[in-house]
Design a protein around this ligand. Structure first.
Ligand SMILES: [Zn+2]
Length: 333
């Protein structure tokens, strides 16, 4: 098997700050082309302008064009609103990657005061700070996330299916940061659901088997998928298995159309996170890079988290690009 641009397995994956290394990489040319294509799309899809530009900023960063990435994000920040808030989370990432810690910290303070700040921004910012080893700052952002949980969220976390909760991974991240800071467990740490037990997993497997045997034709195809941001994360975590392949999302779209057109099958997508898969593999003592592990992970996922493919033409694309399906993967020919 040939692996493109993958670092040797015995070295650390490329740190996100390694811009100089990236500039000498042929991947920089691919990134530059992607950035230019994205910018060209803005005129065509004015409704999705902010999402497209944020994606373009990351492509410029990958291409080693930090100033250009920063300029795009600063313009979006100035425009304000929820998009401006997301742009600021990205701007902070760009500034840290560029080694401008003080400027990044000023932007973090501005983000904290942003009127549109929600739990999503808080969770992403906390995780990114923790990844960079800024534990005290990360904890402050985890606490902002916790402060935005509703009583329904808290009930779900305490319930028997707490391990399936979407908030659980963020709370686990918070607990880990607190442990690393040498802090004793607090009331929020008590809320962190444990991993699924063997019984939980067996119950789910049985449920899936019952479901499978009870259903007549047509067959249902269940697919574990990474969204665009999660695939980027998977490329970072497992470069030998996942490569930053431009055509990947087009290829899977065509593949599913073939399945659908060959008759009878409906397709359900189960979007997963790279960290979720890594955690499951660790709990079960499995190799996260094996297909078998993904298949077993699929059996633990809730049907509530699945999405039917294809989405509606005007619905958000399943790949989490932030654009309408008809303008994103649905536009593939
Ligand atoms: Zn898409």
């Amino acid at each position: 098997m040939s692996v493109r641009h993958a670092p040797p397995r015995d070295t650390n994956p490329l740190p996100s700050g390694a811009i100089v290394a990236r500039m000498t990489d042929p991947a920089a040319d691919v990134a530059r082309k992607e950035a230019e294509e994205l910018e060209a799309q803005v005129a065509e899809y004015p409704d999705d302008r902010a999402e497209i530009l944020r994606e373009a900023a990351y492509a410029w960063l990958d291409a080693g064009e930090v100033a250009r990435a920063e300029q795009i994000l600063r313009e979006l920040v100035t425009e304000g609103g929820e998009d401006g808030c997301w742009a600021r989370t990205d701007l902070i990432e760009v500034l840290y990657t560029d080694g401008r810690e003080k400027t990044a910290e000023a932007e973090l303070d501005a983000l904290a005061r942003h009127p549109e700040l929600d739990r999503g921004h808080c969770a992403v910012t906390a995780e990114r700070l923790a990844e960079r080893g800024f534990l005290t700052r990360a904890l402050a952002w985890y606490d902002r996330f916790v402060a935005r949980l509703s009583s329904d969220d808290l009930d779900a976390l305490r319930g028997p299916k707490g391990w399936m909760s979407l908030e659980a991974p963020t709370l686990r991240g918070r607990r880990q940061v607190r442990e690393e800071l040498g802090l004793p467990p607090d009331a929020t740490d008590e809320l962190v659901p444990g991993p699924p037990t063997v019984e939980d997993l067996a119950r789910l497997r049985k449920k899936m088997e019952r479901f499978a045997s009870s259903r007549a034709m047509p067959t249902q195809v269940r697919v574990v998928v990474f969204t665009r941001p999660e695939r980027r994360e998977a490329c970072r975590m497992w470069p030998a298995t996942y490569t930053a392949d431009d055509d990947y999302f087009d290829a899977v779209e065509r593949h599913w159309r073939e399945i659908a057109e060959s008759g009878g099958s409906s397709i359900r997508l189960y979007p997963i996170t790279a960290r979720g898969l890594a955690r499951f593999a660790e709990t079960e003592g499995l190799d996260p890079e094996q297909e078998e592990t993904r298949t077993r992970y699929l059996d633990t996922l809730s049907d509530d988290d699945a999405v039917a493919w294809p989405p509606g033409r005007n619905a958000p694309c399943w790949c989490a690009s932030g654009r309408k399906y008809k303008k994103c993967c649905g536009a593939v020919r």
